[in-house]
Design a protein around this ligand. Structure first.
Ligand SMILES: Nc1ncnc2c1ncn2[C@@H]1O[C@H](COP(=O)(O)OP(=O)(O)O)[C@@H](O)[C@H]1O
Ligand SMILES: [Mg+2]
Length: 352
């Protein structure tokens, strides 16, 4: 029998391309060769696709890969992708990666792919709109205001007064559409706030200023079940060693304490959190899988702060940690994800 050719798409155009390189390589390394033929497809910083030979997959950075593309890799035009792969395992993160862009391209090419469709991916990326949808479904989210660059230019003093009056310090500033904590700052004074806002605007034209949450941060991977009902794979309690869960805490080994299952959250509260996680997953129309992050506050409230329509897949990621907790090896959960995605795409009417 012909094996399914699974294109692993990684690299990309976002601030998270190095994270994506790590994810993609790990998925490539762990894919079950008995079942699938993995095809590594690198997206360069201009959005062009390349089929990589093995020696480029193991490069440390996307710059190392990019420098050798012209000599050693094969360009794959978008319309050629369909001849190369039967399925896309999307290991891209961030803008153009899990925000609906690549998903739209896959739909046009009729290639089934991991993760949700265009709309849900875009919602998973937009930190303002996702809060609106979650709120409308009765879920608790942090209080925040969205600020567009032109408003900041025109009414900066008013805006500062409004947010400080409403939420008090500390205040969290973040770009509307980023991930991996890129552009996120905790601000404890008006001076900080100026810097935090400026930093966030480096990454997007709209930003959020959010109330600061005190409690235990959590993360939960969700998979679509066989009957289509989503299931929370596990729950991890996160104790960053920095002021908050920064890029370094996320990706540098030994920079963060994690407990799966949680150590300081009771079984009962964990069940309550998982129920909220599943409500958020459904509210945003996530499909196939996702990762829902939030805070368990001191007063017992559960707030969803960061629903993600995909997950990092480095060896130390929540994805593999929570899979291991239920006895699944990386190869097994990767197979599971492909099976779920194939089913979801088989059943769809029009784009996912
Ligand atoms: N309102 C908040 N209160 C306290 N910490 C926050 C808040 N929002 C974000 N953080 C911290 O910043 C990190 C990154 O923010 P998040 O909104 O999850 O963005 P990203 O999509 O980049 O992961 C979180 O993991 C958390 O540690
Ligand atoms: Mg987050």
């Amino acid at each position: 029998m012909e094996k399914l050719r699974v294109g692993i798409i990684f690299g990309g155009m976002s601030s998270e391309k190095e994270v994506s390189l790590n994810s993609g390589r790990n998925v490539y390394d762990n894919m079950d060769r008995e079942l699938y033929e993995p095809v590594p497809i690198f997206m360069d910083s201009g959005g062009l696709l390349w089929e990589l030979p093995w020696q480029l997959i193991s490069q440390n950075t996307t710059t190392d890969v990019s420098e050798r593309l012209a000599e050693e890799a094969r360009r794959v035009a978008y319309e050629e992708l369909k001849e190369k792969i039967d399925f896309a395992f999307i290991s891209l993160h961030g803008k153009y990666g899990d925000d609906g862009c690549i998903q739209g391209l896959m739909e046009l090419l009729c290639i089934p792919y991991t993760g949700p469709g265009v709309l849900a991916s875009a919602l998973g990326m937009d930190k303002h709109l996702q809060q609106k949808v979650l709120e409308a479904e009765g879920l608790a989210v942090p209080r925040s205001v969205v600020i567009h660059e032109r408003d900041w230019g025109a009414r900066r003093e008013d805006v500062k007064k409004e947010v400080v009056d409403a939420f008090g310090f500390p205040l969290v500033t973040k770009p509307l559409r980023e991930g991996s904590s890129v552009g996120v700052k905790i601000n404890r004074s008006l001076e900080d706030l100026e810097c935090g806002v400026t930093e966030a605007f480096r990454w997007d034209n709209s930003i959020l200023i959010e109330e600061f949450l005190e409690g235990i941060e959590f993360s939960s991977i969700v998979l679509d079940g066989d009957d289509g009902e989503p299931v929370a794979l596990g729950l991890t309690e996160i104790h960053p060693q920095s002021e908050f869960y920064t890029y370094d805490d996320k990706y540098m080994p030994g920079r963060c304490r994690k407990f799966t299952p949680p150590k300081n959250i009771s079984r009962e509260d964990s069940q309550r959190i998982k129920a909220e996680v599943l409500r958020a997953y459904k509210a945003l129309r996530f499909r196939c899988y996702g990762r829902i992050d939030g805070f368990f506050l001191r007063d017992g409230r559960v707030l969803v702060t960061d629903p993600n329509s995909s997950s990092g897949m480095a060896p130390s990621s929540f994805f593999f940690e929570q899979a291991a907790e239920v006895g699944m090896l990386p190869s097994m959960i990767i197979t599971r994800l492909i099976e779920i995605a194939l089913r979801v795409h088989r059943d769809k009417k029009g784009p996912l």
